[in-house]
Design a protein around this ligand. Structure first.
Ligand code: NDP
Length: 279
């Protein structure tokens, strides 16, 4: 039986083992998938031990995505554009690094939620591993512009530089958001919701056409999505669909076949969706 795992810190809350077990059952592929807690300092050693025990592939979550990029012997183009890896595949004794977060988000928004991303004036809040993963895919999906803000402004500047699209990408300070007016799409990609908080944002960001997306799901998505709903967002969407779609992309890389996602999404949505999520 082939062995897979998700590495993160913390990771015990991860839904990935359940999602991959469901995909395996659906397609009749026998696999083992576990959650392994690893600190940034212990990650390399833990991953080597996993490979030595027959590990064939791994997902990588917060805060290890940039480390995973650094230790990949080869990387896909989308991982290089993100500078972050969320999926590792063992190939000839080395790790291939990929990033399926952006494809997962775009597939969820355009497929499941039927959003046309083209031409949207977009704000991305956060510049960590997840933001790095999704920004190139949002640009590829045809958004009109991408404004970037982050608690540590230098990271937003660095992400804007890396995206190398000065016509469409603009780094700004969180404190200057009031001057930027309304956005068609506001994507919250910080981890602040895990502590029950969110960055301070002006209500002027949202209008009647605005769609608010939080990459988090469950309780962590509540602060931002409740704020967005209270301030007039047209639709609010949490990160559960993205989670399932990025998992399906990883599964396809490892097993060569993409599973159907609707059933597991419906099951997880019934139990873990943010209380305020609605289409
Ligand atoms: P990282 O640790 O790489 O980055 C964290 C980001 O959050 C940084 O931009 C950081 O800012 C910001 N941040 C943290 N705390 C606060 C705060 N109190 N106020 C303002 N900003 C804050 O995490 P990831 O990018 O990997 O993950 C971000 C979120 O996205 C997580 O909640 C994660 O669960 C979710 N996610 C969901 C996925 C899905 O499939 N649905 C996939 C990937 C991530 P600074 O740079 O200043 O530290």
């Amino acid at each position: 039986m082939s062995k897979f795992a998700v590495f993160g810190h913390p990771v015990s809350h991860s839904l990935s083992p359940r999602i991959h077990a469901a995909f395996g059952r659906q397609l009749g592929i026998a696999l083992q998938y576990e959650a392994i807690d690893a600190t940034p300092e212990g990650f390399f050693e833990a991953l080597e031990a996993f490979a030595a025990s027959g590990g064939a592939g791994a997902n990588v979550t917060l805060p290890l995505k940039e480390s995973a990029f650094a230790l990949s012997a080869t990387t896909t183009q989308r991982a290089r554009r993100a500078g972050a890896v969320n999926t590792l595949a063992r190939l000839e004794g080395q790790w291939l690094g990929d990033n399926t977060d952006g494809a997962g988000l775009v597939r969820d928004l355009t497929g499941r939620h039927q959003l046309d991303l083209r031409g949207r004036r977009t704000l991305l809040i956060g510049a960590g591993g997840a933001a790095r993963g999704i920004a190139p895919s949002l640009l590829d999906a045809g958004i009109a512009s991408l404004f970037l803000v982050n608690r540590t402004p230098q990271r937003a500047d660095a992400l804007a530089d890396a995206l190398a699209d000065p016509q469409r990408v603009h780094a700004r300070h969180l404190g200057d958001l009031r001057e930027l007016g309304e956005f068609d799409l506001v994507v919250h990609a910080t981890s602040a919701g895990r502590g029950g908080g969110m960055p301070q944002l002006p209500r002027s960001l949202l209008g009647m056409r605005s769609v608010a997306v939080d990459l988090s799901y469950g309780e962590a998505a509540i602060p931002f999505l409740a704020w967005a709903r209270a301030h007039g967002a047209h639709r609010v969407i949490d990160g559960l669909g993205m989670l399932v779609e990025q998992a399906a992309e990883s599964f396809a890389l490892w097993h060569g076949v993409r599973p159907h996602t609707d059933e597991i999404y419906a099951e997880l949505h019934a139990r873990h969706a943010a209380l305020v999520t609605a289409d």
